[in-house]
Design a binder for this molecule. Structure first.
Ligand SMILES: Nc1ncnc2c1ncn2[C@@H]1O[C@H](COP(=O)(O)OP(=O)(O)O)[C@@H](O)[C@H]1O
Ligand SMILES: [Mg+2]
Length: 493
């Protein structure tokens, strides 16, 4: 079946003169409302440039959107249970730990904290489940009642650390609403679902802060040396500052945490004489962010402390690709959820996920991928985009690693083929007007969960984000310059 197409929200193309004028207006709207990023080539703390965005909201079926929203609390709870199941994490990660140094180092921090005894049993999860519509229908015509340009949606991954776009998600709806009004289609904005991701995510930090319950405690955002995606971090600070002027937020790199913090005799993490209530990681998910042992020491210090972490180290481990693959294996979900309709709904969101461990199952997966590499994505245990392999690279990598234990550091995933949508991508520095292009979208649903092993204090779905990329691009990271900010336009198909 070829790639199908979803209808656009308004008839396209837009008349050239009108398009030029509306793009210019939208770019200024973007700059004046924080739809921006720092320029990587000409970095300056004094300026931001527009983040790439899709001019009009991209179509997404309403029923599938609703299903994704409704399922999020179930996925939050599943992740929470996985993060608290030591045996499962150990069993699932053991082969990858032998060959993947970064995951091994994270795991080592977890072991040390467990041996010593956990000081802070409460975790703050700010999760984002990323999904794509699947246009290929596995059912035969007679079985499939839908006859729609998509069949279902599948999970790409679930993020448990530094899940971004809490600000850029909602503001994408606002800029596209402005464009819709400028084009005389304001009446259609009702099909663009409201999005309170920023306040929802920040409410998680505030609730965790209140659970810590120490007056004059502070919050740390762990940041990179240079934050290009600055709007998507600062707006969280602005939001918290407005809702709770009593909460002071400090931005610190792992290196600065090493230099400037200490643990007191109550295992409180102390920064400038104040106890730290919440540590929110916007960095710390890839090896480059730990350039020396100092950063690892800082991470261990934070984990040992009484601060509530987002995420705690075991939450980060639960968000690995290897864990997602293990959960999709037959019979595994049932160990976390009672058998029933909800469990089968979760099972349905997994596309084919295969271990590449050095065993019979791994060997079968290698054979399968070598026979038709285009059908698969090869993923290492990494976050942050740009690490996966596609097509011919899958084949080449598997031929190279076939007889090496190194392959256990990867998982194999069936490639999802989303339906096409048409749209204009506005990019910094690009010619105006932009061309009308074939695009594909990836929807992220945000969830917040706070709890310990035995008790969940809060668990909710808090908003969404949509990223859209050229249909022939493999990956769509917005910060990497490949994807573009977007928001869904709900279609009743
Ligand atoms: N199974 C898949 N089918 C199609 N595209 C995929 C698949 N898995 C990942 N991708 C693309 O690659 C990107 C990065 O993959 P992801 O698993 O989210 O890793 P990362 O942790 O680096 O974000 C996704 O945003 C998506 O565009
Ligand atoms: Mg991703």
């Amino acid at each position: 079946m070829s790639q199908s197409r979803l209808a656009s929200c308004i008839p396209l193309p837009i008349d050239n003169k009108l398009l030029i004028s509306v793009v210019e207006k939208a770019k200024d709207w973007a700059l004046m409302h924080g739809v921006g990023m720092r320029d990587k080539k000409h970095f300056s703390k004094d300026s931001i440039q527009i983040a790439p965005f899709v001019l009009l909201p991209s179509p997404f079926p309403r029923t599938e959107f609703t299903k994704a929203i409704e399922l999020q609390p179930v996925l939050n709870e599943l992740m929470h249970k996985v993060a608290h199941n030591d045996e499962f994490l150990e069993k699932t990660l053991q082969n990858a730990l032998q060959v993947d140094d970064f995951t091994a180092k994270l795991y080592d921090v977890w072991l040390k904290v467990r041996e010593e005894g956990i000081t802070q049993p409460i975790s703050l999860g700010m999760l984002r489940s990323d999904i794509m519509l699947e246009s290929r229908c596995p059912h035969t015509e007679s079985q499939c009642a839908k006859h729609t340009p998509y069949c279902s949606w599948k999970q790409v991954e679930i993020n448990s650390i530094a899940s971004g776009f809490g600000h850029l998600g909602p503001v994408s709806r606002e800029i596209q609403s402005y464009v819709m009004r400028q084009l005389g289609h304001g009446e259609l904005i009702k099909n663009m679902p409201e999005n309170r991701a920023l306040s929802g995510l920040c409410s998680g930090i505030i609730e965790a802060y209140d659970l810590f319950a120490v007056p004059s405690a502070v919050v740390i955002f762990v940041v990179e040396e240079v934050s290009y995606n600055i709007c998507d971090q600062r707006f969280h600070e602005f939001e918290i500052s407005e809702k709770r002027p009593d909460i002071m937020i400090y931005r610190k790199t792992l290196g600065e945490i090493y230099e400037e913090t200490e643990l007191n005799d109550k295992k409180q993490l102390i920064l400038d004489g104040q106890p730290v209530a919440v540590v929110y990681y916007r960095s710390g998910y890839e090896p480059d962010q730990y350039p020396s042992t100092k950063e690892w020491d800082a991470r261990l210090r934070v984990e040992r402390s009484s601060a509530i972490k987002c995420p705690s180290i075991h939450y980060q481990l639960a968000g690995t690709k290897k864990v997602q693959q293990a959960l999709a294996a037959p019979g595994v979900l049932e160990t976390f959820m009672s058998e029933g309709a909800v469990t089968s709904r979760v099972r349905d969101i997994f596309t084919g996920l295969y271990s590449l461990d050095f065993d019979e199952g791994g060997e079968r997966a290698v054979e399968m991928a070598l026979a038709d590499a285009e059908k698969f994505v090869l993923k290492p245990q990494r976050e942050g985009g740009g690490n996966n392999l596609y097509g011919a690279d899958v084949r080449e990598a598997l031929l190279r690693m076939r007889h090496s234990r190194e392959r256990a550091a990867y998982i194999l995933m069936e490639r999802i083929l989303p339906p096409l949508v048409s749209g204009y991508v506005v990019r910094p520095g690009a010619a105006v007007p932009p061309p009308l292009s074939d695009l594909v979208s990836e929807l992220g649903i945000f969830g917040v969960i706070i709890g310990n092993k035995d008790k969940i204090y809060c668990n909710r779905q808090v908003g969404h984000m949509l990223r859209t990329k050229l249909a022939d691009a493999n990956e769509g990271g917005v910060a990497a310059g490949l994807g573009a900010l977007d928001s869904p336009y709900l279609l009743d198909l």
